[in-house]
Design a protein around this ligand. Structure first.
Ligand code: MLT
Length: 200
């Protein structure tokens, strides 16, 4: 028994990297499977359900208000999720996955990169925010990160997503930060950028 409720789809193309799919608030383990298949056809897909319930809505860590995080819980949950990734890698014989996270899922992925960099080989962060007010010193040398933000996102100030991109770059990650004329929801352009990034 692995420690998170999850969906798993084995790779059909072993040359493709495994994806760790991380849903947004109120989503579940089924949400991003279609996106995963579309952006990296043939990849193994590992898709856990966040363990926190906020008024019945699954999430990956607690928050005090929209955009205001319980940072102690961010730390605890990022470690717990990294432990799950290690278990799942053993059980399913996987390389370190690339995280694909949306909103709350992107935020926990960013937290994992900073606290447990060995857990992920890279990340696509869709509508991500700075997960921890003090970024830990971490070596992300060579890890590819695609961040896609929305210029009109009502939840995420532009300054905040830029700060996250800068902090990941400063730690050595190969960051591509795209800012779209979009809000918090994903658009067709997000998909196109993801397909292109995964193709490279
Ligand atoms: C979060 O709580 O992680 C952010 O506010 C994004 C969200 O899930 O709405």
């Amino acid at each position: 028994e692995l420690s998170f409720i999850h969906r798993y789809e084995p790779a059909t193309d072993p040359s493709r990297p495994p994806l760790l799919l991380l849903h947004g608030t109120g989503g579940d383990e089924n949400d991003l499977l279609g996106l995963g298949r579309m952006i990296s056809p043939g990849s193994a897909l590992l898709s856990p359900r966040g363990k926190i319930l906020e008024n019945g809505m699954p999430r990956f860590f607690r928050r005090l208000a929209e955009g205001v995080f319980d940072e102690e819980d961010v730390r605890f949950r990022a470690n717990e999720l990294a432990d799950f990734v290690a278990e799942a890698r053993k059980a399913y014989e996987l390389e370190a996955p690339i995280a694909v996270g949306f909103s709350n899922g992107a935020n926990i992925a960013a937290g994992m990169m900073m606290l447990r960099p060995e857990a992920l080989s890279g990340a696509a962060l869709l509508r991500a925010m700075v997960p921890l007010s003090q970024s830990p010193a971490v070596d992300l040398a060579g890890k590819p990160v695609l961040m896609i933000s929305g210029a009109m996102d009502p939840i995420i100030p532009a300054e905040n997503s830029k700060r996250l991109a800068a902090s990941l770059s400063a730690s050595g990650a190969e960051v591509q930060h795209e800012i779209l004329p979009a809000g918090h929801n994903l658009s067709q352009t997000d998909l196109q950028l993801l397909v292109k990034w995964f193709g490279e």
